[in-house]
Design a protein around this ligand. Structure first.
Ligand SMILES: Cc1cc2nc3c(=O)[nH]c(=O)nc-3n(C[C@H](O)[C@H](O)[C@H](O)COP(=O)(O)O)c2cc1C
Length: 129
């Protein structure tokens, strides 16, 4: 759980790898917005290519890093299953990450958003020193 908290609060933005319909790798930046004892949570919008890749494969891998330079850096890498949990947790994610209200200021703009849970995974952390 300490690792999940660290990823959410200290690293926060990670680079997520998924695969497309042809099995080709695709990466994008995603903010990890919340955690519990066994899972991480992020949100995305229905209709995005990223959303479709998540739904098709149900798996992802990500790496997040914290530090100013290679000698002062911790990297955490995770491979896991992912599933859509819907909108129930959306409000909690916004409350924990208030900058999201600036990106999606109106109820209308939040309509397409949905929450995903990262669960049942393996991970490792590395530092260069
Ligand atoms: C710092 C940063 C954080 C981001 N966080 C998210 C996020 O939490 N959820 C999301 O859907 N998109 C997020 N994005 C945007 C995605 O990276 C971007 O929409 C994605 O690359 C689009 O990919 P697609 O065209 O394959 O759907 C973020 C972008 C940046 C630069």
């Amino acid at each position: 759980m300490q690792a999940l908290k660290y990823i959410t609060e200290q690293i926060h933005t990670v680079v997520v790898a998924t695969t497309d319909r042809n099995g080709e790798p695709v990466t994008c930046a995603i903010d990890i917005m919340d955690y519990d004892t066994e899972s991480l949570y992020f949100l995305t919008a229905k209709g995005k290519n990223f959303y479709n890749r998540l739904k098709e494969r149900g798996r992802l891998a990500f790496t997040g890093m914290k530090g100013e330079s290679t000698l002062d850096c911790i990297a955490v890498s995770v491979r896991a299953e992912v599933r859509e949990t819907g909108t129930d947790l959306l409000e909690r994610l916004f409350e924990k990450n208030p900058y999201m209200y600036e990106i999606y200021p109106s109820k209308e703009s939040r309509k397409a958003l949905t929450v995903f849970q990262i669960y049942r995974g393996t991970g490792e952390s590395m530092s260069s020193t």
